[in-house]
Ligand binder design. Structure first.
Ligand code: NAD
Length: 377
C-alpha cells in the first residue's frame, strides 16, 4: 500500500494523520509512506523524524497525490481537503458525513473511495480505531483546564494560615467519553464533582470516576439508542429536564456540557433563564458549541460573559493539544489501516466485514454507507 500523509490546510488544524511511530509500524508491514513536507510541524513531529521512520518527504500536494493511493488526513470535512483527489484514490479522515451527507454524492461521482473515521462502529473489535473517543477524551480534559483558568475560585479545598478555602463545585452534563474524562480531571484537581446523563447506564460510570450522579424525575428507559449513543429526546422531555436542572445549576461554580446526538443539533440543556440564576463568576464550558451548543447563549469559538457567567464555546479543542491528539489519532488510523491489509500487505476491502461496511462512505461510484444513504433525499 502506498500511503500519503497530507499537510492539513484548514486554519487552526494543528494535528497530523500519522506520527513517525505509526510510519515505522506501517513500513514494517510493507507499506510505502509519503509525507507532505511540514505535515507534522505543528504537532512537534519534524520531517527528519518521518524520514528516520522510513517515509519519503514530498514538497508539493501534487507530488503527494501522484505517489500515494491512500490519502490520509485529519480534517477532511472541508471541501478543499479532497478537492485534488482523483478517481481511484482512497481518502481517509474525519469527514463529518452525518452532518454533510450531500457532499458524498460528488466524491462518489468522481470515483473516490472515502472512509470516515466517525463511522467506525462502536464494537469492541473497533475500539482501537475509534477516533471520536480519542478526541472526546482530550476535549473533556481540556474543558476542565479552560474552566479552571477562567474561574475566580480554586478547585481544591485549601486549609491555609489565611483561612480555609472551600472547593469548587463542578457539574458535568452528559457523561459519555468527554464527560467522564472531564469529571475525572476535575476530581483530580480537587473539586466536588457531580454529573448527569440521560442514559441510565451512565450512573455507574459516573460513580467509577469518583463523581456523584444527579438523578432527575424523568423516564429515561428509552434514552439509549444504537451503539451506546443517546437517542434523540423530544421537546417535552428536554423542557422537563431543564426545569429540574435549573436548581442544580444555580449551585455550581463550573459546568461542563458535552451532550450530543450523532448527526443532529445538540440538545439545549441550559437556557438563558437558567444562566440568569447561576452564581456570579460561574463558568460554563460548552463542548457541544460546534453542534449548536448545549447552552442557548453559547457562541462557537467565543468566550463571552452573560449575567456574570462566563460561557466558553471551544471549537476543535483537540487541536489545542496537537502532540497527543496526533499520537492518538495516528494510532487509530494505523489500526484501521492494519485492518484493511490482507496477509500479503495488500489492500483488501471486504464489505462482509462490519467495520468496513459501516466506515466506507463512497466506493465504486456510489454512496454505500447505509447511515449516509438514508440521509440523502
Ligand atoms: P456523545 O458524544 O454522542 O454524547 C455525549 C453524552 O451526552 C452521552 O453520554 C449522551 O448520553 C449524553 N446526552 C445526550 N443527550 C443528553 C441530554 N439531553 N441530557 C444529558 N445528557 C445527554 O457520546 P459518547 O461520549 O461518544 O459515548 C456515549 C456512550 O458510548 C458511552 O457510554 C460510551 O462509553 C460508549 N462508547 C462505546 C464505545 C465502544 O464500545 N467501542 C466507544 C465509545 C463510546
Amino acid at each position: 500500500m502506498r500511503l500519503a500523509v497530507m499537510r492539513e490546510r484548514h486554519p487552526g488544524e494543528t494535528r497530523v494523520a500519522l506520527t513517525p511511530a505509526n510510519v515505522s509500524t506501517l513500513t514494517g508491514l510493507g507499506c510505502e509512506v509519503f509525507v507532505e513536507t511540514g505535515a507534522g510541524d505543528a504537532a512537534g513531529f519534524a520531517n527528519d523524524g518521518y524520514r528516520e521512520a522510513g517515509a519519503e518527504i514530498l514538497e508539493t500536494r501534487a507530488q503527494l497525490l501522484d505517489a500515494g493511493e491512500i490519502v490520509l488526513c485529519v480534517d477532511g470535512a472541508h471541501e478543499e481537503a479532497f478537492a485534488d483527489l482523483r478517481a481511484g484514490h482512497i481518502g481517509i479522515g474525519m469527514l463529518d458525513p452525518l452532518s454533510r451527507p450531500e457532499r458524498f454524492r460528488g466524491l462518489a461521482e468522481r470515483g473516490i473511495t472515502s472512509l470516515a473515521l466517525e463511522l467506525v462502529p462502536r464494537i469492541s473489535r473497533a475500539q482501537s480505531m475509534d477516533a471520536l473517543s480519542s478526541i472526546a477524551t482530550l476535549a473533556g480534559y481540556k474543558a476542565v483546564l479552560l474552566a479552571a483558568c477562567q474561574a475566580p475560585r480554586l478547585f481544591p479545598m485549601m486549609m491555609t494560615a489565611a483561612g480555609t478555602l472551600n472547593p469548587s463545585r463542578v457539574f458535568i452534563m452528559g457523561a459519555g467519553v468527554a464527560g467522564l474524562q472531564a469529571a475525572a480531571t476535575a476530581k483530580r484537581l480537587g473539586a466536588v464533582v457531580e454529573a448527569y446523563d440521560v442514559r441510565p447506564a451512565a450512573r455507574d460510570q459516573i460513580l467509577s470516576v469518583g463523581a456523584k450522579p444527579i438523578e432527575l424525575d424523568l423516564d429515561t428507559s428509552s434514552s439509549e439508542g444504537q451503539g451506546g449513543y443517546a437517542s434523540e429526546q423530544d421537546d417535552d422531555f428536554l423542557r422537563r429536564q431543564r426545569e429540574q436542572m435549573a436548581d442544580v445549576l444555580a449551585q455550581q461554580d463550573v459546568v461542563v456540557t458535552t451532550a450530543a446526538i450523532p448527526g443532529a443539533k445538540a440538545p439545549v440543556l441550559i437556557t438563558e433563564e437558567m444562566v440568569k440564576r447561576m452564581k456570579p463568576g460561574a463558568v460554563i464550558v460548552d463542548l457541544a458549541a460546534e453542534r449548536g451548543g448545549n447552552c442557548e447563549l453559547t457562541q462557537a469559538g467565543e468566550t463571552l460573559e452573560a449575567y456574570g457567567v462566563t460561557i466558553i464555546g471551544p471549537t476543535n479543542i483537540a487541536a489545542s493539544l496537537p502532540h497527543h491528539a496526533s499520537q492518538m489519532y495516528g494510532r487509530n488510523m494505523e489500526n484501521l489501516l492494519r485492518h484493511l491489509l490482507d496477509e500479503e500487505g495488500r489492500l483488501a476491502l471486504d464489505f462482509e466485514d462490519e467495520i468496513l461496511d459501516e466506515t466506507v462512505v463512497t466506493h465504486g461510484g456510489e454512496v454505500r454507507a447505509a447511515r449516509i444513504r438514508e440521509r440523502l433525499v
